[in-house]
Design a binder for this molecule. Structure first.
Ligand SMILES: O=c1ccn([C@@H]2O[C@H](COP(=O)(O)O)[C@@H](O)[C@H]2O)c(=O)[nH]1
Length: 270
């Protein structure tokens, strides 16, 4: 089964909300936790417990674990393991992107069953070309895992690169979306595939000429803290798209209120 098909089944059961796990220093302080690996682990484990049974997916932001060094990576391993044990799909928001042989190593780190940092999908950057991701896409496909490629990101600066067009008028973002759809069509015809796209909820997808296909799962950050509203999901994305709406800070601001905030997000998205 492809990652896209696994994701579609999970979203059909629990809805499109993805709980982001972003242990910012200011959130650890607000939660009364130390700004250490142990604090980031406790934060992540509480969010996993709150998300379990409520949503389909959690998305730890790797940077907030890396900032604590080796102990932070161990903490992330434990958070990923707890999420797996709780029946949640996991997206490691690692934004990896390098030439092919190095991408192979990244994929072995994040997408190999049994690896200490195993996740169901990673985020990846195509600055070295979509073709450079090929070893990661192949390894992901082999194991039913996913690679979510940055396409039209939610930050305002992204448009400087992503809206650039070639001689035929195709934007960088549109070319990435086309490449992802082509890869899925070639490797899993008729299915929702291995390669997904990151398409922010704060951007104008039509202005970029994006053709979003059902075969290409979409990770949609930008809801909540960045301003987009979960209630607008149906307006922002094509009706038949498999969209995962990511919320991090907006559900984790208040330690005592995370269950209520996740329930509210699920309800608003529904
Ligand atoms: O285009 C992108 C790609 C990734 N992100 C990441 O998602 C979360 C968003 O956090 P919020 O608190 O819900 O704003 C964060 O980890 C980003 O690095 C993104 O925002 N936009």
């Amino acid at each position: 089964m492809t990652f896209g098909e696994r994701l579609a089944a999970a979203v059909a059961e629990r809805g499109p909300v993805c709980v982001g796990i972003d242990p910012h220093a200011h959130l650890l302080e607000a939660w009364g936790l130390p700004d250490t690996a142990a604090g980031a682990e406790a934060f992540g484990l509480e969010l996993v417990a709150a998300a379990a049974g409520r949503v389909a997916v959690v998305k730890p932001q790797v940077a907030f674990y890396e900032r604590h060094g080796a102990a932070g990576i161990v903490a992330l391993e434990r958070v990923l393991e707890a999420a797996r044990d709780a029946g949640l799909l996991t997206i490691a928001d690692a934004k990896r992107g390098d030439l092919g042989s190095t991408m192979q190593a990244y994929a072995e780190a994040w997408l190999t069953p049994g690896a200490p940092l195993e996740a169901d999908a990673i985020t990846a950057s195509t600055y070295l070309g979509l073709g450079a991701l090929e070893p990661a896409l192949r390894l992901a496909h082999e194991h039913g895992k996913g690679v979510l490629v940055l396409c039209a990101t939610s930050n305002p600066e992204g448009v400087d690169v992503q809206a650039r067009t070639d001689a035929a008028g195709e934007s960088v973002a549109a070319a990435i979306a086309r490449g992802a759809a082509d890869w899925n069509a070639a490797h899993a015809p008729g299915a929702i595939g291995t390669v997904g796209l990151v398409v922010g909820a704060t951007i104008d997808a039509a202005a970029l000429g994006l053709a979003l296909e059902r075969s290409t799962p979409i990770l949609a950050p930008g809801f909540g803290h960045q301003g987009a509203r979960l209630g607008d999901l149906a307006r922002l994305y094509p009706a038949d798209a498999l969209v995962l709406a990511s919320v991090s800070r907006s559900v984790s601001a208040d330690r005592d209120g995370i269950v209520a905030a996740i329930d509210a997000a699920v309800e608003e998205a529904r």
